[in-house]
Design a protein around this ligand. Structure first.
Ligand code: R5P
Length: 326
């Protein structure tokens, strides 16, 4: 009599978009598994084609893509990969987007605007994603836009650990570049022994993208080493204006720490020209050689992503990765 065996073994598989394959490779090395071979190319008119070169039936799929510039292309490619996985019978599909594009458009600031961060979540759901894994969302509420589990990872403990070893904690102030990030500054302070916090009172013209107007420093920064924190550095206008305001307020030294190095347009020139001692970021997005400079430190989030992927695959706890700082 012939025998039929059911395969109940779960299979973890990693897939990488073309946004930042080096990060995916790092994650794969951490996990000790290969990236599933994938063919991907662009048609003459910009349309994207993707095909997996091995069977993906029944696998637990993690699709890593950095939403680096050109951001729309990377997002579309990731959506197409999810669609291909769904149609090829992957058992579960997790979208891994270390930097979640369009997160800044998370509400209508004025009438007749989109909520693009919600649209993104809907697109991933429609394509077939079962869950999302992201790092330091612009605002935590974005988790609620996706109809399914969202693993919101934090680079903060890693950044704070690095900075904490370099500074004199008795003269340290954590600075939020706007009032919206004060809660994050408080978490930094908790991790670094309860140092004082300050913030920059910032106003912005919603009709002009990437332009911020810095007001004044709220808090005492005179003689302090200030660590100014943000989720992302795009054109670096926000953060370098904050650095300027801190020195005007009497800060002795300023260090910049941010998770996502978007680094568009004048960012690098601005960062080099500002008087910050060090700029600490992660590799949630690629930082090509020509954008690197003395005083820029890039910390890898690959170990964090790998640990989280393993926890999800093994039905473990992602919260446990943050020792309560979630
Ligand atoms: C704003 O709310 C964000 O948290 C960042 O501060 C901002 O997007 C950074 O943009 P830029 O570097 O262009 O000022």
């Amino acid at each position: 009599m012939s025998e039929i065996r059911l395969s109940s073994e779960k299979r973890l598989r990693l897939f990488s978009g073309r946004g930042f394959p080096e990060l995916s490779e790092e994650v794969a090395t951490e996990l000790g598994i290969p990236i599933t071979p994938t063919s991907a190319y662009d048609f003459a008119n910009g349309e994207i084609f993707v095909r997996f070169e091995e069977s993906v039936r029944g696998c637990d799929a993690f699709v890593i893509q950095s939403h680096a510039a050109p951001v729309n292309k990377q997002i579309m490619e990731q959506l197409i990969m999810v669609d291909a996985l769904k149609r090829a019978s992957a058992k579960r599909i997790t979208v891994v987007a270390p930097f979640y594009g369009y997160a800044r458009q998370d509400k209508k600031h004025r009438g007749r605007e989109p909520i693009s961060a919600r649209l993104m979540a809907d697109l991933y759901k429609t394509a077939g994603a079962d869950r999302l894994m992201v790092v330091d969302l612009h605002t935590s509420q974005i988790q609620g836009f996706f109809d399914g589990p969202v693993d919101h990872l934090f680079a903060l403990p890693m950044l704070a650990d690095y900075v904490g070893k370099k500074v004199d904690r008795s003269r340290l102030t954590i600075v939020s570049p706007d009032s919206g990030r004060v809660r994050v500054a408080e978490r930094w302070s908790e991790l670094l022994g309860g140092c004082p916090i300050a913030f920059i009172h910032k106003t912005r013209d919603p009709r002009v993208p990437n332009e911020s107007v810095v007001g004044k420093v709220v808090g005492d920064v005179a003689g302090q080493t200030c660590v100014v924190i943000d989720d992302m550095i795009d054109t670096a206008g926000t953060i370098t204006k904050a650095v300027e305001a801190l020195f005007e307020g009497g800060a002795k030294e300023v260090i910049i720490a941010a998770t996502h190095p978007v680094f568009s347009g004048p960012a690098i020139d601005r960062l080099k020209a500002c008087k910050a001692t060090e700029v600490v970021i992660t590799n949630s997005l690629p930082v090509p050689e020509e954008k690197r400079f003395d005083g820029l430190t890039v910390l890898s989030i690959a170990p964090l992503l790998a640990r989280a992927i393993r926890e999800v695959f093994e039905d473990g706890s992602v919260t446990s990765l943050f020792d309560g700082h979630s």
